[in-house]
Design a protein around this ligand. Structure first.
Ligand code: AHG
Ligand code: MN
Ligand code: MN
Length: 335
């Protein structure tokens, strides 16, 4: 005789259990190890972020990165942690980081079959004010280890998966492939990511806009017209609100759950855009679309762009489908 073990009603599954359960369809081959290892890197970085202010990780290193920005100590810690975990995982052939001038090749003896692009710490300006920051990554499969830069400059649509980690009021890990998006929350007591929002779908109703409105003097005309049209919806009652953290990844996460859109167009101060195509826009565009949302650079998805340089920037809008369609309509009108 046997009997089924009754599971407690609130039983939750860990990231590792989730990966093993879906290994044959969604985490084939070494992708399962890669995602597990990214989860480990997330916990290591989270531990450092949580101690910012206690240990000496606040402030700047005194260096300026390839983007021309001051390198924060946590930027450097997150970058080193992510790079070393990826390198040691045995799953990665090459990587490219927002914080590194060049792409990096993993020594052949420990090289695997994936290319990973990442922004190790997004929203660095929020570090010392204890506001949400995160790590963004995109994964490509490579049939053979890349030898030249052009082999790393792949369009976002070729990604096999993408995700991010947010170090916020809780630490969350979001992973998407073409089929679905799942969200895990770190239980800090047991040190495991637990599945907290399975199969996340972006709401279809637009409820919030995230934009740095003080860039208005530099905006192209269509942005002004777009914002006016959106504000007009609030004439009788407030249907849209403004929410802007200044950490793209945290703004995106809130918009994904609550139904919103993040906008950072090309403007006269950022003539090619502010956000980076490879490390920021492509992964978030991929996740948005997997969740039923959309994205655009103005007249099409950033995922269709063929990158010409590692640190390429672009205008970007991402979130609820209806808002992205509206962005494209206004962009087109200006020609
Ligand atoms: P990073 O911290 O990786 O350099 O990225 C900062 C990005 C993004 O996270 C944020 O939304 C945006 O830059 C803010 O830009 P502004 O300060 O120009 O509004
Ligand atoms: Mn960033
Ligand atoms: Mn960054």
């Amino acid at each position: 005789m046997s009997r089924e073990i009754p599971l407690p009603r609130d039983a939750q599954i860990t990231l590792t259990q989730h990966i093993l359960r879906h290994q044959s369809e969604r985490f084939r081959g070494s992708l399962s190890t890669l995602i597990t290892q990214i989860g480990v890197a997330a916990k290591v970085i989270a531990a450092q972020v949580r101690r910012a202010g206690i240990i000496e990780v606040w402030g700047q290193t005194g260096e300026v990165n390839v983007q021309g920005e001051e390198v924060q100590r946590l930027d450097e810690i997150a970058n080193d942690t992510f790079m070393s975990v990826l390198e040691q995982s045995g799953c990665v052939a090459a990587m490219a980081s927002e914080e590194e001038d060049d792409w990096l090749k993993v020594p052949e003896a420990i090289a695997g079959e994936y290319l990973v692009v990442f922004d190790p710490l997004d929203g660095s300006s929020n570090i010392e004010v204890s506001t949400s920051i995160g790590t963004i990554f995109g994964i490509y499969a490579c049939s053979s280890p890349p030898q030249e830069e052009r082999e790393v400059l792949l369009p976002g649509r070729e990604m096999v998966g993408a995700g991010y980690v947010i170090y916020g009021s809780s630490t969350v890990f979001v992973y998407a492939d073409q089929t679905r998006v799942d969200c895990f929350t770190l239980d800090p007591v047991v040190g495991e990511f637990l599945l907290s929002r399975p199969n996340l779908r972006m709401p279809t109703k637009l409820g919030m806009i995230s934009v740095n409105e003080f860039n208005e003097p530099y905006w192209p005309e269509w942005m002004g017209a777009l914002m006016a049209e959106l504000k007009e919806r609030n004439r009788d009652e407030r249907v849209i609100t403004g929410r802007h953290i200044g950490s793209l990844v945290a703004d995106f996460h809130r918009n994904l759950i609550k139904g919103g859109a993040y906008l950072y167009p090309v403007d006269s101060h950022n003539k090619r855009g502010k956000l980076r195509l490879l490390y920021e826009c492509n992964p978030l565009a991929f996740i948005s679309r997997a969740a039923g949302g959309s994205d655009t650079w103005g007249a099409g998805s950033v995922l269709e762009l063929h990158p010409t340089s590692l640190h390429q920037r672009t205008g970007f809008a991402v979130g609820v489908k209806e808002a992205i369609e509206l962005v494209e309509r206004h962009y087109k009108r200006e020609g």
